[in-house]
Design a protein around this ligand. Sequence first.
Ligand code: GLS
Length: 829
Amino acid sequence: KDVKDYLHLLDKPLDEFEAPGARNSTLGEDALWHVLYSLGQDNTYLNKRKAYWGLVLAVRDRMLEKWTAVQRKYYANDDKRLYYLSLEFLPGKFLRGNLLALGLENEAHEFLHEHDLSLDEIVDEECEPGLGNGGLGRLASCYMDSMATLGLPAYGYGIRYSYGLFRQEIRNGHQVEQPDNWLHEGSHWLIPRPHNLFPIRFYGTVNEWLDDDGMLRHDWRGGDLVMAMANDMYVPGYRNGHVNSIRLWEARPHKEFVLSSFNAGDYIGSVQEKISDENISMVLYPSDDAPEGKTLRLKQQYFFVAATMRDMVRRFKKLNKPWDQLPEKNVVQLNETHPAIAIPELMRMLLDEELLGWEEAWCICQKLFAYTNHTILPEALETWPVKLIERLLPRHMQIIYEINRRFLEEVRLHFRDEPELPSRVSLISAGPEQRVRMSHLAIVGSFSVNGVSSLHTQILKDRVFHDFIRIFPDRFNNKTNGITPRRWLRQCNVPLSWLLSEHLGCNWITDLTQLKKLRELVDDVEFRHDWEQCRLTNKKRLADYIEKVNGITVNPHSIFDVQVKRFHEYKRQLLNILHIISLYNNIRRNPDVKMQPCTFIFGGKAAPSYQMAKDIIYLINCVARRVNSDPHTRNFLKVIFLANYNVSLAQLLVPATDVSEQISTAGYEASGTGNMKFALNGALTIGTRDGANIEIGERVGDGNIYLFGLCEKEVLALRRRGYDPWEFYKNDSELREVLDMINSDQFTPGDSTAFSSIFNSLLTGGDPFMVLADYRAYVETHKRISHEYVDRDLWIKKSIMNTAGMGYFSSDRAVKEYIDGIWSLEPDV
Ligand code: GLS
């Protein structure tokens, strides 16, 4: 069937707020109007570009109408507002999702059809904003979608990076980074607001003065000023007439030119200053799960946080309420510690600008802020040198010292017999270089601290923040992550959405728990047949893409086994490739082997400075080259590396995946959200007992997930006992063969040292992520998978049971838990 013929069956009907006719022009008429009057182009004929931009502007008009109405309502109802502060957002492409949410898909199809175009072609014109690294940024975008769909008075806040995460190319097997100039054509999804401007100060000095009551006051002045200018991105709720926004700050020079030097003839010098100010919002730091200890990063953090706090206070002041009502009317969620400098910044505003007393100001902060932790990797917990903060933000350092002095005084009072405790929980670490521990600042300055899966929160309580649990026993809580079913099922998997809506009705789109009704259908032969057909359609689409982009033909009936995520040693892409090499060896040894053909697909970026991760990418590509060209194995085994993994590619991969690889060392992956996307679309997970995998297992049922390897407690115990990877090397001949191949020129003819860094890390380096310890269990589990896949009835039943069990992992559920447990907000629809 043609998509446009069945869309009306697929989705929830529009409510009266959305009814067509609320406008007296159609989407197509408006698009044509914009082609002429906004783009200044001939609208008597359309090409893809004109159609795309015209549609964007017509859709945007409709969102703006709703957004302004919603903003008016917030003031009229005196709503409490949520500020979601995140250095990263990864929204993915907008057009399809916005059409879907606003109920305009049909109109768009009709309009494009009249001009001999299709939606599929014109979304290619759209460039995806890569304003995030991975899971953390994508989570922020899923939550913004749910907040709008639940009708919450919520604002996202972040940075409008001129360059998003680098574009990844693979050349001769190596990752090469290219700039991502996503704004080169401009983006009409982003509305600049040149009048929403705030000056942001850096450096300078702090003066003291006495107020009328003889109280010592502080005044931060001098230094450099940079302007923060707002750019708004709109987030429509799913068919509820609600539109929220994400405000992204862009750095602008404080003065266009330094006039004096301009007049003195130093034109270049005056422009230089302008350029260095704009640098603040120039580029996203390309590291995930790791801190970037660079001054510019701290500048970015303060820049966006300072502008956001001013915006919040500006709105609050319109209400004419006393300051103690600030936390009754607002709540600020800190996405990781990246925005934690907001705490001393708000203190500074309240103390130095609004002249409140310390206790009053501190009480407001502690009721306003809530902090989400997303990682426990010790090397990833942010700290900043005291010296750096002192220079860049001198007043903030004074405030941090005072917060710490008061906090430690309390700790000493309540834990008299633990003299070591204060130095462990101090906001400032001792040592040759004193550093501010941003997580400690975030914990002390917030009323809520949450982890992102049950296991992760438990680890926070037991290990990482154990001391704080005793000091603030009620502050810690868990909010297991979720994903939006709109993008991660309805949008990315139209065939399956169609099947679901046909059997369950379309309420699953906003109430994902409805999927549990699928369990009643697993024994229905016809349903299972349709299910398999949907999967095959998606796999064929992916195979076409691979053929087009990588030039490799893959068999859509082979097992599509996919690991896509950032490259990191703890995620263990290495374990995956070691297994593939051993499979390759086995097939070569037994040319007559009867096995289900497998296509192993990888994707993901390595931080440009993370050499080991880049070496692993190179290894995968070298193995792929060898395996794919070997006539003995070609029909059984393919290895594909898809370059430049991003949200759009994820939308293509997720519905086409049979086996989802979630194989981090237990205890290291805070939650994972890719794991949820795959299982929701009917993939079976091979995974460790880590992050949200455990909860996924509980919901889809033991028999429908392949969990293997050491659990978190076993990882700790083995490390305590003394882990020796050489033992595994000696005792497992298959593994030894694989490792020796890596340590030779088998995959890089003529160069036997290409992967010695990897070999050494796994053996002499002590194998910090216990790849060898989990190797055997992983290989055996893969054998089971390969065996069970052949039993199509069994496999499809398991696939259905996965989708059926995933309702819990909707970001709607997660956001509702934040509302009830942390934010105390009222939906406003
Ligand atoms: C991350 C974690 O590594 C992921 O496990 C988690 O799912 C995600 C969202 O909570 O946050 N932390 C991080 O710094 N990057 C991530 O993806």
